[in-house]
Design a protein around this ligand. Structure first.
Ligand SMILES: Nc1nc2c(ncn2[C@@H]2O[C@H](COP(=O)(O)OP(=O)(O)OP(=O)(O)O)[C@@H](O)[C@H]2O)c(=O)[nH]1
Ligand SMILES: [Mg+2]
Length: 369
């Protein structure tokens, strides 16, 4: 009898952990990983079809960016939310005080940043433990994960693993690799850089594992097999991450000196949510990390509004600004004029694809009617 998907997954996981990784086994492990990723996706789909994972908290996105507070139970997520925002989330000295998503808004430098307080995450969350799936799906749709740790328990490898299993890639960029399906011609691999982690045979094997027989693979950076699998899986989300190390009031100087500067390699800010210490630094670094920029709009023939900027993601174009103002702006766009760092000279005329920079003043001219 065929083993169930879950059994197959377990067997492959076992084999991967028990195979020594070296040049000789690399290809085999690569194929196993691809198979594992594909089976997990299959298993997810079935669960979703049974209605097992379709549930979500259904929080409405608001503001210019969304930050999810993620951590083990009782680390102080709710206490922190209440300090950073206008929200009032219940605080308790027992685990799982918070059972729902509690949203709050932090206003900073003209930006409205939505912060989501969530139930604590535990091992097995991605498999559904402790309402884990619902929590993770709320985290997936955020722009940044603020990992909260207790100063005495800074090991978050379990949580990082759960986020990874749920398809989140923290502080990673989407791999610069494009896969295009074709009608015939087999699998053709083209890379513009030297590949040091995977060779052509392995790439082809992994791509085949995903059921492609004819496809062009264009690779423009030195990717790993995991990154190739991410591209094939297609449902990964790339989210920013940083750490707030909480309850530092409970530790003495000597202890604090020996605490690692960075937790799990992430930029870390030390705070005491209960005593409201470190809140200004945290707010500032969250804002910086989110890479938001301010654009001052200048209606044609009038003064620019220097009081209420439009807040948008770094790297945005004039077109993105249009989309933020009104849905009719893009279709009726004629041209824009820019004063500021992104322009070659004050009042330069620019098109819809022009990239804006923090502090730019922008006039957008649209067709009437
Ligand atoms: N000493 C100290 N205690 C804190 C601090 N922050 C939170 N606490 C306490 O830690 C306990 C848990 O705080 P919560 O904010 O409810 O923690 P949580 O992470 O939201 O917990 P769950 O919702 O159960 O996951 C409460 O008793 C808080 O008063 C802090 O900075 N210092
Ligand atoms: Mg809570």
């Amino acid at each position: 009898m065929m083993a169930s998907i879950e059994e197959q997954i377990r067997e492959i996981e076992d084999e991967i952990t028990h195979t020594k990784y070296n040049k000789a086994t690399q290809g085999h492990i690569g194929k196993l990983k691809a198979k594992l990723a594909r089976l997990s996706q299959e298993s997810e789909k079935r669960l979703a079809a049974q209605g097992g994972s379709g549930k979500s908290y259904g929080v409405k996105k608001a503001g210019n960016a969304t930050v999810a507070l993620v951590g083990f139970p009782s680390v102080g997520k709710s206490t922190l939310l209440n300090n950073l925002t206008d929200a009032k989330s219940e605080i308790g000295h027992y685990h799982f005080t918070t059972l729902n998503v509690v949203p709050g808004v932090m206003e900073y430098k003209g930006a409205k940043i939505q912060i989501l307080d969530l139930p604590g995450l535990i091992k097995g969350a991605s498999k559904g433990r402790g309402r884990g799936r619902e929590v993770l799906s709320a985290v997936r749709s955020s722009d940044m994960v603020l990992l909260i740790v207790d100063v005495f328990h800074t090991d978050i490898s379990v949580i990082v693993r759960e986020l990874r299993l749920a398809g989140m890639r923290l502080n990673e960029k989407p791999p610069d690799t494009v896969i295009t399906k074709k009608e015939h011609g087999g699998i053709i691999v083209k890379s513009t850089v030297e590949l040091t982690h995977i060779d052509e045979d392995l790439i082809k094997a992994i791509v085949k594992e995903y059921g492609h027989i004819n496809a062009d693979i264009v690779i423009r950076e030195d990717i790993t097999e995991d990154q190739l699998i991410d591209v094939l899986a297609g449902n990964r989300v790339y989210v920013k991450a940083m750490v707030a190390m909480n309850k530092v009031d409970l530790a003495d100087e000597e202890f604090l000196q020996n605490v690692p500067e960075k937790v799990h390699g992430y930029h870390t800010v030390r705070v005491s949510a209960a005593l409201e210490r470190g809140m200004d630094v945290l707010r500032d670094e969250m804002y910086e990390e989110l890479e938001l920029i301010r654009i001052f709009m200048k209606p044609q023939g009038q003064e620019a509004d220097m009081v209420e900027p439009l807040v948008i993601r770094k790297g945005s174009s004039v077109g993105d600004v249009c989309d933020n103002i009104h849905r009719n702006f893009r279709p009726n766009f004629r041209y824009a004029m820019v004063w500021g760092e992104s322009g070659k000279f004050p009042g330069q005329m620019v098109g819809i694809d022009h990239k804006v920079i923090d502090g730019d003043i922008l006039s957008i001219i649209v067709r009437r009617g």
